[in-house]
Design a binder for this molecule. Structure first.
Ligand SMILES: Cc1cc2nc3c(=O)[nH]c(=O)nc-3n(C[C@H](O)[C@H](O)[C@H](O)COP(=O)(O)OP(=O)(O)OC[C@H]3O[C@@H](n4cnc5c(N)ncnc54)[C@H](O)[C@@H]3O)c2cc1C
Ligand code: SF4
Length: 506
């Protein structure tokens, strides 16, 4: 008796057990483009197109390798547009009862599969840390700091280690990786892949079926197969990784990618494996002289942050998604969808997002995330925005980054202090302020930078929670030194900015 093997859009990996254990004679792979998954948030059109195209290419590769595949296209008239119903329909029509599926990346789907008869969940062995390992690591610890988790991962996987010690003698070279942008930086070209007939069909479909979803569909130059994704990896390692370090936190209006890898969409969808990505970076250090601060900084993101946020997600779900420790209830401003704001930093970050279904980490954290934090926007609405607009967004990775890292809505499980910053930080790390309607040096006044008064209002609003935090003691000392009149003026200015935000003219 054969098995129905469900492959989800982010499981396009030949090395998963679901594939390596498949019997070509008796088993059938099921892949389905269903509205339930494509529409539970208003996904960016490029994200939908990337995933549908990558799924169709993966299905084709499976067939070419001799496997039996049942692929349900979005516009198939028989499509029931629900994974559960598609599984049941396939079971009946193919006369297969046992279903195997790799653990999904969302609690919601795990619940769906858990409630179905004869569905077996297989471990997702692409990750370098299982949820069980993470929970054991977390048990009994007062604080779950990424840095300690990361060191364990380096040791466990023997990555960037020399005789049991971290390469170069330090675990972390972050101090070398926080340079502001400077004139004369040169950015290597990025790869762009020719659209084949599969991708062209998908682009046509997405334009027709999702006309009101956010984002621009064209130009579309995503890699959609494993071999293309490997080219992206090689290109990054050879031409970009050496510069990845110093300007990791820098932002430039004209340069959406800086020296970032653009690999997250491919790793998360399964076209690349996190381990091979780390090993390629390590090789660049050991064999090709790539600087250690760049290589370590990159490996920390993949081996450290990526695995850590997944561990947090499964450890704290299902409660995590509802957390709102800072009691934030403002509605998400419309300019997150339209980019229609006079704040140049936010407008630029949203424009990059709408054009590319991508913005780099510091734009996500210190521009759109920071603004939502300071303005007190409802975490659920912010979470749904991030989940919708980025091509690499799946709940297991997006939620802890949004709720925990950007919004501090988990009350500090993830970060020991909120990533809150005023305009001065943005001015130091970007070129946005020089072209802005607002004046970054002004704390109050009609043209004052909104990040300034909102920052101090945030500090004042949450004084009880954060005053005793040693990492914020200098901030509260400054706040106290300001005196009553200045404090009142800043708080009134914050209210004026918030009112403008609510009325749609910030
Ligand atoms: C509010 C917010 C939401 C985010 N949502 C997502 C998301 O939905 N999906 C997603 O993959 N990342 C998310 N991130 C993390 C990070 O911003 C992206 O992984 C990164 O910007 C992807 O671009 P890149 O591939 O060029 O990354 P690079 O800067 O080149 O980093 C290399 C790789 O490290 C990994 N990585 C780096 N930082 C993180 C992190 N904090 N968490 C997990 N992996 C990380 C990614 O796989 C990435 O490809 C979010 C961050 C914030 C602050
Ligand atoms: S002045 Fe303020 S709003 Fe304008 S770009 Fe700078 S930080 Fe952003």
């Amino acid at each position: 008796m054969g098995t129905l093997r469900l492959v989800l859009a982010d499981q396009l990996s030949a090395r998963l057990d679901i594939r390596t254990r498949a019997d070509k004679e008796t088993d059938v792979f099921l892949m389905a483009e269903v509205a339930e998954e494509a529409s539970y948030v208003r996904h960016h059109v490029k994200k939908i197109a990337f995933l549908f195209s990558a799924m169709r290419h993966y299905a084709e590769a499976l067939q070419q390798a001799g496997y039996r595949v049942r692929y349900v296209r979005f516009d198939d008239p028989e499509n029931t547009h629900s994974l559960k119903r598609e599984i049941d329909r396939a079971r009946t029509e193919l006369k297969l009862s046992a279903v195997h599926v790799t653990e999904p990346g969302e609690w919601r789907l795990k619940e769906v599969f858990a409630a179905m008869d004869d569905v077996t969940l297989l471990e997702d062995n692409r990750f370098l840390c299982s949820p069980q390992w993470f929970s054991r690591w977390a048990e009994g610890r007062k604080q779950l700091r990424m840095e300690y988790f990361y060191r364990e991962m380096r040791r466990a996987h023997d990555i960037l280690m020399d005789d049991g010690k971290p390469c170069g003698g330090e675990w972390n070279y972050d101090a070398e990786n926080r340079s502001p942008p400077r004139d004369g930086l040169v950015f290597p070209r990025r790869l762009s892949f020719r659209k084949d007939s599969i991708t062209r069909d998908v682009l046509y479909l997405v334009a027709k079926v999702f006309p009101d979803n956010p984002g621009q569909l064209e130009p579309f130059h995503f890699a959609v197969t494993r071999s293309q994704a490997l080219k992206e990896l090689d290109h990054f390692v050879a031409h970009i990784l050496p510069q990845f370090g110093p300007w990791q936190d820098a932002m430039l209006g004209r340069e959406p990618y800086m020296y970032h890898s653009l690999l997250s969409s491919y790793i998360n969808a399964g076209l690349l494996y996190p381990l091979e990505v780390c090993l390629a970076a390590e090789r660049a250090y050991r064999e090709d002289g790539a600087p250690l601060n760049a290589v370590e900084g990159f490996i920390r993101q993949v081996l450290g942050w990526r695995e850590y946020v997944r561990g947090l997600y499964w450890h704290f779900m299902p409660d995590y998604v509802a957390m709102n420790a800072l009691d934030a209830h403002e509605d998400l401003p419309w300019f997150y969808w339209s980019g229609d704001t006079q704040m140049n930093c936010v407008r630029t970050a949203v424009a990059h997002t709408l054009e590319h279904a991508y913005s780099h980490h510091i734009q996500r954290l210190m521009i759109t995330g920071n603004f939502a934090l300071l303005a007190g926007v409802d975490p659920k609405q912010v979470h749904e925005w991030y989940l919708a607009v980025y091509a690499d967004a799946y709940e297991w990775v997006e939620l802890p980054n949004t709720l925990g890292m950007a919004l501090h809505a988990d009350g500090g499980i993830m970060a020991s202090k909120p990533y809150a910053a005023s305009g001065a930080y943005i001015n130091r790390m970007s070129d946005y302020c020089k072209d802005c309607h607002y004046k970054v040096e002004m704390p109050v006044g009609e043209k004052s930078c909104p990040f300034n008064a909102l920052y101090w209002d945030f500090i004042a609003r949450h004084e009880e929670r954060f005053r005793k935090n040693p990492r914020l003691s200098y901030v509260y000392a400054n706040w106290t030194r300001m005196g009553d009149d200045k404090q009142k003026a800043l708080r009134a200015q914050a209210q004026a900015h918030l009112q403008a935000m609510r009325e749609g003219h910030l």
